[in-house]
Design a protein around this ligand. Structure first.
Ligand SMILES: CC(C)[C@H](C(=O)O)[C@@H](O)C(=O)O
Ligand code: SF4
Length: 404
């Protein structure tokens, strides 16, 4: 009777093991550090290039000469080692990896904390430091401690304007920012089975905000359908355990649109409590909520209207952007007055493309609202794409409930 993490890693919780890594990736930020470490430890050996990815997303296009020089060197390295390379505009690493690269049942490591996003696919995916990634480049393996699992039982379905991001904030608030430390989360129950892949990716993405190593869904028919779109035939995974030592149960039908207040992701309140609070910027994007479905939800609310506050939209990937072009969602956003940026992380970590000033407030669909993250002295409120749309139209925090 094993949890999904135990099934994939092939050992019981608590055990330490060395394991071949099926897929590994870095981005422009951590890739630079990994390259330095690899030069120190790798003896020139680079393993499994066909299963290694380098994805430029964090500060891409480059913002300074220094960044450009570092990226120039890293780009040449990727070419030399013949690894998969996604350059400027390809999208956020986690979304790019989710678009047919990482597969159910795989052990995936990424030099970025939100690598847990890929748990939505039924992979054991976890973030590692750049030095650990360099170790994987050199040896093809890494060490793991198989995590204990917390069961997140989901019941019912969303009502009104509630969506996956609200549920993500609800479970992070229930566990707290250290409630999942070194555990895996498994999202199970009828409510989990009913979620789309986009919603699952949003939920798995925020597992690390509880301190968890991974956040997994069992591959099912939804997973199979999703991968069929990328030409992959994948199997389903079966839950062997009925219960877990720690469990959280959430009824999707009881949720309302939520906000995480700065500077903690687990300080969550109903949007209704903060309605009317002025904001300076709205940001729709990131590996949490920059997928096509998120842009579509936002567009449904702003269609034919004008935003009252500066609104930055950054699609999570080129594929997302293309689909938004094809369906007219992009036109709706641009006509509403949104500024659309190059696919990637955008202003999420305060490096470019929408940094906020001192005392400014941003309502963002991202996953972190830590002090100074999007700009020194700025404050970040986290919410769903629909809440972001209602807020953009009102110029102040507004509930999406009245907009549907
Ligand atoms: C810059 C990078 C190392 C970081 C992470 O690992 O999460 C970033 O993506 C973030 O979201 O804060
Ligand atoms: S979009 Fe934000 S949270 Fe996601 S990887 Fe980029 S910086 Fe990190």
């Amino acid at each position: 009777m094993s949890t999904l993490s135990e099934q994939i890693l092939g050992a019981p919780a608590g055990e330490y093991l060395d394991r071949r890594v099926d897929r590994a990736f870095a981005h422009d930020g951590t890739g630079v550090l990994a390259l330095e470490a690899w030069r120190a430890i790798g003896n020139g050996v680079f393993t499994d290039p066909d299963r290694r990815h380098l994805i430029f997303d964090h500060i891409a296009p480059a913002n300074t000469s220094l960044t450009a020089d570092l990226q120039h060197e890293l780009r040449a390295f990727a070419k030399k080692q013949k690894i998969h390379f996604s350059d400027v505009g390809g999208g956020v690493c986690h979304q790019v990896m989710a678009e047919g690269c990482a597969l159910p049942g795989e052990v995936v490591v990424g030099a970025d904390s939100h690598t847990c996003t890929l748990g939505a696919l039924g992979a054991f995916a976890t973030g590692v430091g750049a030095t650990d990634l360099a170790g994987v480049w050199a040896t093809g393996e890494s060490w793991f401690r198989v995590p204990e699992t917390i069961g997140i039982f989901l019941e019912g379905h969303f009502t009104g304007a509630v969506e996956a991001k609200d549920l993500a904030l609800a479970y992070v608030a229930a566990l707290g920012m250290d409630g999942g430390t070194y555990r895996a989360l498994e999202f199970v129950g009828e409510g989990a089975a009913g979620l789309s892949m986009a919603d699952r990716l949003t939920l798995s993405n925020m597992a690390v905000e509880t301190g968890a190593k991974a956040g997994l869904f069992y591959a099912d028919k939804t997973t199979q359908k999703y991968f069929a779109g990328f030409g992959h035939e994948v199997g389903v995974q079966h839950r062997e355990v009925d219960g877990y030592p720690d469990e959280v149960t959430i009824d999707l039908g009881n949720l309302e649109p939520l906000l995480a207040l700065p500077p903690r992701v687990d300080t969550v309140c109903p949007v209704a409590e903060k309605e009317g609070m002025a904001v300076d910027q709205v940001f729709l994007g990131t590996c949490t909520c920059g997928r096509y479905e998120d842009l579509e939800r936002f567009a449904a609310i702003v269609k034919g209207k004008k935003v009252k506050v500066r609104t930055v939209v950054v699609p999570a990937s080129r594929a997302v952007l293309l689909r938004a072009v094809e369906t007219g969602v992009l036109t709706t956003l641009v006509e509403a007055g949104c500024a659309v940026g190059t696919p990637g992380c955008g202003p999420c970590l305060g490096a470019h493309m929408g940094v906020i000033g001192e005392g400014e407030v941003c309502l963002s669909t991202a996953n972190r609202n830590f002090r100074n993250r999007m700009g020194v002295g700025g404050e970040i409120y986290l919410a769903s794409p629909s809440t972001a749309a209602a807020t953009a139209l009102a110029g102040e925090i507004a509930s999406p409930e009245g907009c549907l």
